[in-house]
Design a protein around this ligand. Structure first.
Ligand SMILES: [Zn+2]
Length: 352
């Protein structure tokens, strides 16, 4: 397959440029791909007025950069991000991403931190199969998971999220785009935009990929207030999003107690393969969740004892962090994350 690549640049001398893969140009041959190049490029640039064209070309799939995907079950693949926080990463590619291939079409679970990562994810999928990407499932609002969506939407995929995702994403959109522009090189982030879901999941939804279905579940407030999980019935694979952190320190952006409750009640049937939002794949619920459950319980216990002792937030956070420091060696990016978690935990638990 050939892919249309538009070179797009910021205006001005020696301004950075990025290769933008425009999936509407996908074709079996180079000449067929070039036929639509001018129109497709113009349409895209009309919606990205900060960028100007510096040429188009059609490139075969195998010559384009692609994410490294690993098979975790038959027809199920994952990209494993480096399990550190965005601030500790050079390219922002810290989240795990998933692919499930049915007889008719492909579902993608999360899309990465930028248009660039989304494009390289798209290319990696095109190396596996020519089947259309019918669905993008966004597990929650955080930028390392959702900012590569635009390339899949342009490829014709329906974008699905938790019913609380659109509002959450709209409120955070500006901050997320500013953050990645500050933390990552311009070549990584140019062309990145916020894409809202085309449809949302109220409670649960089953999607059909042909001979294989995924069960999407809108979960209670836990990691965030818009966590959505995806379960592949055929292989028993659960994509948990950030409801499960391994190796990387969990971040509470929803509800500490809601999250502890979620972990205590494994989904039925119990998954046989668990792809967490961060860290390595697991084959069993306790293996996947017990380090995180221990962390959250310790955080809740020490925070409650500070609240009971009457410590104000400003004093309590430092004490909580010190008390939990023995866990530092078990978790990446611990010091910065645990201070945020202590603040979130205090604000939630002081109302108990
Ligand atoms: Zn997250």
């Amino acid at each position: 397959m050939f892919h249309l690549i538009l070179t797009a640049c910021l205006a001005g001398p020696s301004a950075p440029c990025v290769p933008i893969l425009l999936p509407q140009g996908d074709a079996a041959s180079g000449p067929a791909c070039m036929q639509g190049a001018a129109r497709i490029s113009k349409d895209w640039l009309d919606r990205h007025s900060e960028l100007v064209a510096a040429g188009t070309e059609c490139v075969p799939t195998e010559n384009l950069p692609a994410l490294d995907l690993q098979q975790v079950a038959p027809g199920v693949f994952a990209f494993f991000g480096r399990p550190v926080q965005l601030e500790d990463s050079t390219d922002g590619r810290i989240a795990n991403l998933g692919v499930v291939i049915g007889q008719d079409s492909v579902a993608v679970i999360d899309t990465g931190v930028s248009r660039m990562q989304g494009q390289q994810f798209y290319t990696a999928i095109r190396r596996l199969t020519p089947k259309p990407v019918s669905h993008v499932i966004l597990t929650h609002m955080h930028p390392d998971h959702v900012l590569g969506t635009s390339v899949f939407q342009e490829a014709g995929a329906q974008v699905l999220g938790h019913h609380a995702l659109p509002l959450a994403l709209q409120m955070r959109a500006g901050g997320y785009l500013e953050n990645i522009a500050r933390l990552l090189p311009p070549e990584e982030v140019l062309g990145t935009e916020i894409v809202l879901p085309d449809a949302t999941v109220q409670d649960s939804l089953r999607i059909d990929l042909g001979g294989r279905s995924l069960l999407l579940r809108a979960e209670q407030t836990a990691h965030t207030d818009n966590d959505l999980t995806a379960f592949d019935d055929t292989t028993g694979t659960l994509f948990s999003g950030d409801l499960i952190f391994r190796e990387l320190t969990p971040i509470i952006d929803g509800s500490l107690t809601g999250w502890m409750d979620w972990i205590a009640a494994p989904p039925q049937p119990e998954p046989r393969v668990i792809v967490p939002g961060h860290g390595d794949v697991a084959r069993e619920w306790r293996q996947a969740t017990s380090p995180q459950a221990d962390f959250l319980k310790a955080l809740a216990d020490v925070t409650r004892s500070q609240i009971d002792a009457g410590a104000p937030l400003s004093e309590a956070v430092g004490i909580i962090v010190n008390n939990l420091n023995y866990m530092n060696k078990n978790w990446n990016s611990f010091p910065a994350s645990v201070a945020r978690d202590a603040t979130a935990a205090y604000k939630e638990l002081e109302w108990e």
